[in-house]
Every structure is written in structure tokens, then in C-alpha cells.
Write a protein that binds this ligand. Structure first.
Ligand code: DGL
Length: 269
């Protein structure tokens, strides 16, 4: 029995880690499309095709439920995949909604009209493709009014993380935060809208200052998934858990161990 967790690379491990702490009995099949990462510089069609093929692979390996632990894939592919129709008994879910529910203080499944919320100014840090999609602003507008969102496309950060160059990644984060602050000097909250970014959460927080509430997805998605599986216990699938990559398994395993500080062994997808 395994739930599929998909990302373009290592970022989804931040979600997997939180989900495993929340649901220690549950098995997960993690799929990193490392050969095609980063997704954030690709066009929407490309991201859709890559995401679709990875999700279909996870379904075929016995996962009934696949979580897109990747904002870029969620932004560019999720709605299109859902609208095209998924095979009977299979589901694919993204990572935007739990984050927006937390920001707008909504309960799971609250479909009431949009209303004013406490947070008025939000800095969104995400990949170029996620920013270009405006998917975050769209989902937010369904739930809240009067929220000013300033988005910063954080070019280069995912590449640096995938290459294990954390010094470069940190420098890029600081410069993207500075660029954001020139457009919005005092945001109430900041959204880390890419699952790679929690690996640098402290760098974002330090650069933004202690008064800015930084929202990251890992624990929010873990809560939502636990709720979802509580209500849909039949969605746990019948496949085996593990770690798959389209890239070089040894290289990806080494990087993953560096980030999660435990031994992780990827196999070739
Ligand atoms: N972790 C992915 C996300 O949440 C990174 C996308 C990329 O590969 O650029 O957006």
C-alpha cells in the first residue's frame, strides 16, 4: 500500500518528510523526475506532458493517490489533468490548496464566498513557471478579498539546490528577497511556493525579518493528506513504497541523504 509523491527533483522530500512524521504507518512511493529538473524554466505544455507521464507511471505501479509535491507541476498540469479525466479509482492532488487554506484561515472544504482575511500583503516566492501561471493568485481569489500579492520568480534556486550548491542557493535567495522588498517593503506574510525552498527556510526568514510570517507547505500538506486519507481510507493503493528517479540514482541518493540527514536509496524509474 503506497501513496505516490511526485516532484521534479528533491524538493518534494520536504513534503515527504513531514508526511512520514504525520503518518508513520503509511508507505510512500517517491518519484523524482531529476532527468528533467528544473521544471520551473519550462513552458506549460512541457511541464504538463512530463507531469502526466510521471503520474501515470506512479498509478501503474499501484498508487491510487498521487500528490504533486511540486508547485510548478500543480500550477501547470493539475487542473488540466483533472479536467481531462483520471482513470477510475485514481486521484491526483496538488499542494496549493492546503497552503491557501492556512493563509486564509479556512477549514478543509469550506466553499463559502471569498471574504476579508487578516493577512493583507503577501510575498510569493516561486519558480518562474509558477509565477507566470498566476495559479496562486487565482486560487487565493476564490477564498479571500483584499489581499495584495507580490510575486518574485526565484530563477536559479532550484538548479543550485539540485546541484548541491547551497552557497549559491543562499546567495540567490537573499538577492530574490531584496528584489521583492523593493516592490513590497513590508509584507505581512511570505509564501514559499516551491517545495525546494523549505530547505532554505531560515535564509528566507532571516532575509525577510522576524516580523514576516513565513508559510511553507510541508506540514500543511501533511495535515491535509492525513485528513484526506481519514475520509478516503480506500485510496492507499496496493503498490510498494520506495524512491524512484529518472536521473542518476547514486547522485540523487547522495543529495537526498544530505538534505534529509538519513540514508535514502533511489532506484532508476
Ligand atoms: N519543487 C518544485 C516546485 O515546487 C520545483 C520546480 C522546478 O523543478 O523548478 O515548484
Amino acid at each position: 500500500m503506497a501513496v505516490g509523491i511526485f516532484d521534479s527533483g528533491l524538493g518534494g522530500l520536504t513534503v515527504l518528510d513531514a508526511v512520514q512524521k504525520h503518518l508513520p504507518e503509511m508507505e510512500f512511493l517517491y518519484y523524482a523526475d531529476s532527468a528533467h529538473a528544473p521544471y520551473g524554466v519550462r513552458d506549460a505544455e512541457d511541464i504538463y506532458q512530463l507531469t502526466k507521464s510521471a503520474v501515470e507511471d506512479l498509478w501503474s505501479r499501484g498508487c491510487d493517490l498521487v500528490i504533486l509535491a511540486c508547485n510548478t507541476a500543480s500550477a501547470a498540469a493539475l487542473r488540466r489533468m483533472q479536467e481531462a479525466g483520471v482513470p477510475k479509482g485514481k486521484r491526483v492532488l496538488g499542494v496549493f490548496v492546503p497552503l491557501i487554506e492556512a493563509l486564509t484561515e479556512r477549514q478543509w472544504g469550506d466553499n463559502s464566498p471569498p471574504r476579508e482575511v487578516a493577512v493583507k500583503t503577501v510575498a510569493l516566492f516561486a519558480t518562474p513557471a509558477t509565477v507566470a501561471s498566476r495559479a496562486f493568485q487565482r486560487e487565493l481569489a476564490f477564498r479571500a478579498i483584499g489581499v495584495d500579492v507580490e510575486a518574485q520568480a526565484c530563477g536559479g534556486v532550484v538548479d543550485a539546490i539540485e546541484d548541491g550548491d547551497m552557497i549559491l542557493a543562499e546567495a540567490l535567495v537573499r538577492s530574490h528577497v531584496e528584489a521583492l522588498k523593493r516592490k513590497m517593503p513590508h509584507p505581512d506574510a511570505a509564501i514559499l511556493g516551491c517545495t525546494h525552498y523549505p530547505l532554505l527556510q531560515q535564509v528566507f526568514q532571516d532575509a525577510l525579518g522576524p516580523e514576516v510570517a513565513v508559510y511553507s507547505q510541508a506540514s500543511l500538506v501533511a495535515d491535509s493528506l492525513a485528513h484526506y486519507l481519514g475520509r478516503h481510507p480506500n485510496m492507499q493503493g496496493d503498490g510498494a513504497g520506495g524512491f524512484l528517479t529518472t536521473g542518476d540514482p547514486k547522485r540523487v541518493s547522495d543529495r537526498a541523504a544530505q538534505f534529509l540527514r538519513r540514508q535514502i536509496t533511489f532506484s532508476k524509474a
